[in-house]
Design a protein around this ligand. Structure first.
Ligand SMILES: [Zn+2]
Length: 313
């Protein structure tokens, strides 16, 4: 793969959004959407950034904006959402060897617990399900054919899509029903991609000057789809837990899912009240100097959607 820089993007901030980096081949429908990118691709991308762009920490960007400083050419921030274990086992050594700053947004409820991300529960249940079909009640009764990996991945995409647009209580009900119907008990140790960081590992990362730790809620709920009490809990509990465990001030956060309808003014107000100074979205794109720090766009790498970074040759 070869990449070229697009000179029109010279002054635009590019925030790359990663979830995981893997050294394992995909199997069945595990990682079928490319959430965890291949280690060799990641290394290539990081070397490209090191050579051709101006890697910045998220705090450096806040500083540049605050003091109206000159923007370096091709300013680039590396960010990771969620808190997967491969962030420290595979990504961090590459980032350290190239001295690249990065920010990791952590969903605290999965750290040192058996809890999994709900999207991963759906993937795992469908991957390991031995039944030929299941029937779930989405907006209506829907039958999913699970006789091939292709059909399983179609089911995965459509169940995830529905769960992302529905209220969080209904999403929980659907997932419980899915667990029941597929007869699969979700477990993190069934595949490396499902494993998450521990507090000890997060402390190690936090001790490294290159790395910034931020919040990403307690249970990865979409902040615009939860009630007021839960919104407060998802923000304050996440920030308090991180600052207590890491003995650090937490000033960064990212919105779960992060599309336009997944956050709102109330969410931003709550975050600011809890000392957050910057919270990027997952809306695709590059940022002008003047872009609001609570509406920064990112370029998602993986998820078979977007090429890295700028233009592919
Ligand atoms: Zn996330």
């Amino acid at each position: 793969m070869k990449y070229a820089l697009n000179t029109q993007l010279k002054d635009k901030l590019n925030i790359l959004l990663y979830h995981g980096v893997t050294d394992k081949p995909n199997e069945g429908i595990i990682n079928c959407q490319g959430k965890h990118i291949n280690e060799d691709d990641f290394l290539f991308q990081m070397e490209f950034i090191k050579k051709r762009c101006s890697p910045l920490s998220i705090d450096q960007w806040v500083e540049i904006k605050k003091n109206n400083k000159r923007v370096p050419e091709y300013p680039t921030i590396i960010s990771f959402d969620d808190g997967f274990k491969n962030n420290i086992t595979i990504a961090a050594p590459i980032l350290e060897s190239l001295k690249l700053p990065s920010v990791f947004y952590i969903t605290t409820g999965v750290i040192d617990t058996k809890k999994m991300f709900w999207v991963d529960v759906i993937e795992q249940c469908l991957h390991f399900c031995e039944k030929e079909s299941i029937e779930l009640y989405l907006d209506k009764k829907t039958c999913f054919d699970l006789t091939s990996n292709k059909n399983k991945s179609i089911a995965l995409i459509s169940i995830k899509k529905f769960c992302k647009k529905t209220k969080s209580d209904q999403k929980d009900e659907i997932i419980n029903d899915l667990i029941h119907q597929t007869d699969v008990i979700p477990r993190k140790d069934l595949h490396d991609n499902y494993k998450t960081l521990s507090w000890n590992e997060l402390r190690q990362m936090n001790d490294n000057q290159l790395f910034t730790i931020g919040g990403h809620t307690v249970s990865h709920n979409i902040l615009s789809s939860v009630n007021y009490d839960n919104l407060n809990y998802q923000i304050s509990e996440c920030i308090d837990k991180l600052s207590n465990e890491l003995k650090s001030k937490i000033q960064h956060f990212s919105y779960p899912e992060g599309q336009k309808n997944h956050f709102n003014k109330e969410v931003i107000l709550r975050l600011k009240k809890h000392g957050i100074i910057c919270c990027p979205t997952a809306i695709n794109g590059y940022n002008d100097f003047n872009e609001n720090l609570f509406q920064l766009k990112r370029v998602m790498v993986g998820f078979e959607k977007i090429d890295f970074p700028h233009n592919k040759l």
